[in-house]
Structure formats: C-alpha cells, structure tokens
Ligand binder design. Structure first.
Ligand code: NAP
Length: 310
C-alpha cells in the first residue's frame, strides 16, 4: 500500500523538489498539507501541523520542509502523534534537539529519517568507491554561491539558528562525511558575519580526518556561477565531485554515473525505512557545523542588504 505523507511548509524546496518527488516515486503519495499561507487543489490543507495531525489520523508519515528554527516543536508533535518523520536538512537548530528526536522516535518504534539530499547526488557513491582505494593527502572544498539568487527574501537564514552560509555548506559536509571513512574534526574556523546579522556570510574551515588535511571555503558573496566542488587529492592523482556531487571526474576524466534525482531517492529511502521499521539519523554534518561555531574566530564584515525582491 502506498505510504500517505503529510507535507509541512510549502516554501522553495517543497515546491521545487518535494512535490515532484512525491509524484514520481512509487509507493508514496502526498495525502495532506500544512502551510501557514498556501493550499493545494484537491488536497486536505491545514494551517498548522497540529491541525493536520488531529484531522488526519490515517496519515502515518510526515515530511517537514520548514526552516530549522521552530522545527523541533513540529517534529515532536509528529512523533508524539505516532507518525513517522522525515526531516529536511539540517535536522534541527541544535544537537540536543535532534538527539531528543532520535530518542523519542526510538522509544515509540517510529522511523526517523534525517535527510542529507546531497548524499543522494549522482556522483557520491562513485567518489566513495574511489576514495576507498586511495591514500588521500588532502581534500579541498569550494562551495560558493550567490545568496541573492538562492535564498531571496529568506530572513530565517540570517537569524540565530539559521546557519547562514552553512545552510549550503552543510551539504558539502554531508558529502565529505559519507565519502571519507575516518571521522572528521574541525581544527579551526573563521566566520565572517555581516554587521546586524546573526549568521555568517562566509566561512573558512580547516579540518582533519586521520592524516588527511581538509580545507573548506564557503561563501555566499559569489556573483558569478555557483561553484559546489570537492577535490580529493592523493600524491599522484586527484578526483573531483562537482555540481554539488552530480558530476565525478578522476584526473579530469568524467566518470559515467547513473542520473539520479536526489529527492526521488530520499522518498524511496523513507518509504523503505518505514516498511522495515528502521531509522536513518546521522547528525555528523550538523555536529561539524556546531563545532565550527564553538571554536570560531568571528569577524564582522559589511552589512548585507537583501535587494533580491524575494
Ligand atoms: P523557504 O523557502 O523559506 O520555505 C520555508 C517554508 O517553511 C515557508 O515557506 C513556510 O511555509 C514554512 N515556515 C514555517 N515557519 C516558518 C518561519 N518561521 N519562517 C519561514 N518559513 C516558515 O525555505 P526553503 O528554502 O524551502 O528551506 C526549508 C528547509 O529546506 C531548510 O531547512 C533548508 O535548509 C532546506 N533546503 C533548502 C533548499 C533550497 O535550495 N532552498 C535545498 C535543500 C534543502 P508555509 O508558508 O507553507 O507555512
């Protein structure tokens, strides 16, 4: 039987990715919506999650697409109502929150899926397989995009808990931590925070995984094309994940990879987790971001003015 899913928060990612994936993936379908502002035709729609949960006892699974701040109360309401839960990345605003969700889901025998969509990008499995056979020396991450293009009018990204440039940067960290076998730790972090804002517009990280040196450059001030690239270097070879993980090349030779829809993969995984009574909740990328904030040198930079008409 197809898994009936309630979607919460009809913003940019819900419209661009979740709705099409829910149409596309066999064995799941959209059964209800909770949105403060929007409705969808021919679908039960509610203005908040509590109303949805109360009115739809036969919707066994909920997918949260709201910003990380405030997501905890929604997520707890879902689990306490006995429903399986899929979370957009990042899984929450703090580590304590997400650990509490994991415990609650486990106690109730519910599936918790903390998604990392970039881990489902087409080239990531090939990168992991290549790295497994190499002695890596260095990893260089460049994750640069124009915040005005990708986050127009999104105030929450600049507010405490909104992660700032780590909102895209955590995607790179999610790939890094699934490709490398050794645990990754932050050794230094420099954060550039605009005057009047709470979160960084750029971040430079130094990390290590055993004896592999890792550098990351996250920047929202890119005005050209976005660059979402991770380069894995050995003594005499290098492989590159590009386009956010969609393209994989070894020594400049692009490798064939299956075309993958990240969000179709996520919903298929959620369907299968629920069917098997399992959870998938790895918070490693969020822990690295938290560590970056813990040990950061913070510098104030020019105010950011959002003139993107979002
Ligand atoms: P967004 O465009 O701002 O949409 C978020 C939606 O959440 C809003 O439209 C709103 O939907 C609901 N919401 C509930 N409480 C809110 C609040 N206090 N402030 C703002 N919105 C609130 O954000 P988004 O880009 O879709 O991102 C949502 C989550 O998906 C984030 O965790 C983000 O990291 C993740 N994500 C985003 C992208 C992307 O490219 N945009 C990619 C991957 C993952 P209603 O009006 O329907 O209630």
């Amino acid at each position: 039987m197809s898994l009936r899913i309630g979607l919460v928060g009809l913003g940019a990612i819900a419209r661009a990715q979740h709705l099409p994936a829910l149409e596309q993936v066999a064995g799941v379908h959209l059964a209800a919506l909770a949105s403060r502002n929007a409705t969808l035709p021919d679908l039960p729609c509610y203005t908040d999650i509590k109303a949805l949960l109360a009115a739809e006892p036969d919707v066994p699974a909920i997918s949260l697409c709201t910003p990380p701040q405030g997501r905890f109360d929604q997520a707890m309401a879902v689990l306490r109502a006995g429903r399986h839960l899929m979370l957009e990345k990042p899984p929450g605003a703090t580590l304590s929150e997400v650990e509490a969700l994991r415990e609650e889901a486990a106690r109730r025998g519910l599936s918790l899926f903390a998604t990392w969509h970039s881990r489902a990008a087409a080239g990531v499995d090939a990168a992991r397989a290549w790295v497994a056979g190499q002695r890596l020396r260095k990893v260089v991450i460049e994750w640069r995009e124009d915040v005005r293009k990708w986050h127009p009018g999104q105030d929450w990204i600049w507010q405490a808990g909104g992660l700032g440039v780590f909102d895209p940067g955590i995607n790179a960290l999610s790939i890094l931590t699934t490709v490398l076998r050794e645990p990754v730790r932050i050794t230094s972090a420099d954060l550039l925070v605009p005057e009047g804002r709470q979160t960084p517009i750029a971040a430079r990280l130094e990390m290590r995984a055993a004896d592999v040196a890792i550098q990351a450059d996250f920047d929202w001030r890119e005005t050209g094309d976005e660059l979402w690239r991770i380069r894995f270097e050995t003594q005499d070879s290098a492989a590159t994940l590009d386009q956010g993980g969609a393209r994989f090349a070894i020594d400049g030779q692009v490798q064939p990879v299956a075309v993958a829809s990240e969000y179709a993969t996520l919903y298929a995984q959620f369907r299968d987790l629920v069917a098997r009574g399992e959870s998938n909740a790895d918070f490693t990328p969020l822990r690295l971001v938290a560590d970056a904030f813990l040990c950061a040198h913070t510098q104030r930079v020019a105010p950011f003015v959002d003139d993107s008409n979002g």
